[in-house]
Design a binder for this molecule. Structure first.
Ligand code: TYM
Length: 329
C-alpha cells in the first residue's frame, strides 16, 4: 500500500503505551502526525517493547496498547495512508536492534538523555533503557523512513538513528536511509501543570481523554508563575488549544480575541483557567465521542492488518541486512 512516488515522503512515528496519553503527546505528536498523514504515507508504531522498560504488568500493558490505538483513531488518523501496528508483532525490530548495538559503543549510549536522566535522579536503569536508542533506531531504519514526526524530547533519539545508519553503511554497504526528525516549533515542548515538560514520569499531566472534572482539576492546579500578570503556563497551553480549534498556531495572527482575553484579565488566573477548561472541552469532546464508539475488536483488526503489512516491509529489509552482514549462507 505504501507508494514509492518520488514526491512522497515516507513517515514513521511511534508512541509508548505506558499510560493514559496527555495533551503534551497530543500537541507534540498526535496532532502533527495526523496532519502529516493527510499528505504522506507511512507507519505508526505502538512501541510496546519500549514500554517494557517501565510497565511490568501484563493486563496494564494490554489495556494501554488498545487505548493508544483508540487515541490515534479518535484523533483522526487517515487509515488509507497509515499502517498502524505494534512493535512486538514484527520481530525484525529486536533483531535489527541487536545488529546495531554491535556497531555502537557503550560511552555513545551513555550520552542518551533517557538513560542519563534516570541515573542523575539516582535511579537504577535497566539494560533495556540503556539499549533503548538502538531499538528506536531499528524501528525507524527498517522502513527506509524519510521523516520522523516527534516532539523535541525525541530529537536526540532520531540523531542516534542517523548515526546508526551511517555506522552500518560504512561498515557494510549502503543499506539504510538517514531519517530526519520533524518537530513542530510551536509545540516542541508542551509544559505540564508544574511548568516543566509535561510527562507521565513527572506526574504533571493534563489527560487527553480524561473526564471533564479530571481535566478541570489538572488545569486548576497549573502553577501560574511568580508574580507576573499573565499565567505563562496557562497561556502557553491555551495558545495551543486555540491554535488547534482555529487551525492557527500564531499568537499574533490569532486575531484580537485571544490576546484581549489575556490583556483584559491580568491577574485573574481563575477566569483564565476556566476559559482554558472551556476551550479544552470544545476540542476534546468531539474526539471523546468518536473514541467511545470505537470497539476493542475494531482496534484489534486494525492492528492485525497493520502487523501483516509492516512485517512484509520489515522482512524484505532484513533479508538484505542478513546478506550484507554475512549470516545468509
Ligand atoms: P513517548 O511515548 O514518550 O511520546 C510520544 C510522543 O509525544 C511527544 N511528547 C511531547 N511533545 C511535546 N511536549 C511534551 N510535553 C511531550 N511529551 C511527549 C514525544 O516527543 C513523542 O513524539 N521513544 C518514543 C517512542 C518511539 C518512537 C519510535 C518515536 C519508539 N520508537 C520511532 C518515533 C519513532 C517515546 O518514548 O515517545
Amino acid at each position: 500500500m505504501l507508494s514509492s512516488m518520488a514526491s512522497q515522503k515516507r513517515l514513521f512515528t511511534g508512541l509508548q503505551p505506558s499510560g493514559q496519553l496527555h495533551i503534551g503527546n497530543y500537541f507534540g505528536a498526535l496532532l502533527p502526525t495526523v496532519e502529516m498523514f493527510r499528505q504522506n504515507q507511512g507507519l505508526i508504531m505502538i512501541a510496546d517493547y519500549h514500554a517494557l522498560t517501565t510497565v511490568k504488568d501484563a493486563s496494564t500493558l494490554r489495556e494501554n496498547i488498545i487505548s493508544v490505538a483508540k487515541d490515534y483513531l479518535a484523533a483522526g488518523i487517515n487509515l488509507d495512508n497509515a499502517i498502524i501496528f505494534k512493535q512486538s508483532d514484527v520481530s525484525e525490530h529486536t533483531e535489527l536492534a541487536w545488529i546495531l548495538e554491535c556497531l555502537v559503543t557503550v560511552p555513545f549510549l551513555m550520552q542518551a538523555h533517557a538513560y542519563k536522566d534516570k541515573v542523575a535522579k539516582g535511579l537504577e536503569a535497566n539494560a533495556g533503557l540503556f539499549n533503548y536508542p538502538m531499538l528506536m533506531a531499528a524501528d525507524i531504519l527498517l522502513y527506509d523512513t524519510d521523516i520522523v514526526p516527534v516532539g523535541q524530547d525525541q530529537r536526540q533519539h532520531v540523531e542516534y538513528a542517523r548515526e546508526a545508519a551511517t555506522k552500518f553503511n560504512a561498515a557494510y554497504d549502503e543499506t539504510f536511509k538517514e531519517p530526519a526528525e520533524q518537530i513542530q516549533k510551536q509545540v516542541a515542548v508542551v509544559p505540564g501543570t508544574d511548568g516543566q515538560k509535561m510527562s507521565k514520569s513527572y506526574k504533571n499531566t493534563i489527560p487527553l481523554f480524561g473526564a471533564k472534572d479530571e481535566i478541570s482539576k489538572a488545569v486548576m492546579s497549573i502553577v501560574t508563575g511568580t508574580g507576573g500578570e499573565t499565567p505563562i503556563n496557562v497561556h502557553a497551553i491555551h495558545l495551543l488549544v486555540r491554535g488547534a480549534l482555529t487551525n492557527n498556531f500564531s499568537d499574533k495572527k490569532d486575531g484580537e480575541e485571544f490576546s484581549q482575553l489575556y490583556s483584559q484579565n491580568k491577574n485573574n488566573y481563575k477566569l483564565l483557567k476556566e476559559a482554558l477548561i472551556e476551550d479544552l472541552e470544545k476540542l476534546i469532546a468531539p474526539m471523546r465521542v468518536k473514541r467511545d464508539a470505537i470497539t476493542d475488536e475494531e482496534v484489534k483488526k486494525v492492528l492485525v492488518d497493520g502487523a501483516r503489512k509492516a512485517k512484509a516491509l520489515a522482512s524484505a529489509k532484513m533479508a538484505d541486512v542478513r546478506k550484507k552482514i554475512g549470516v545468509t549462507l
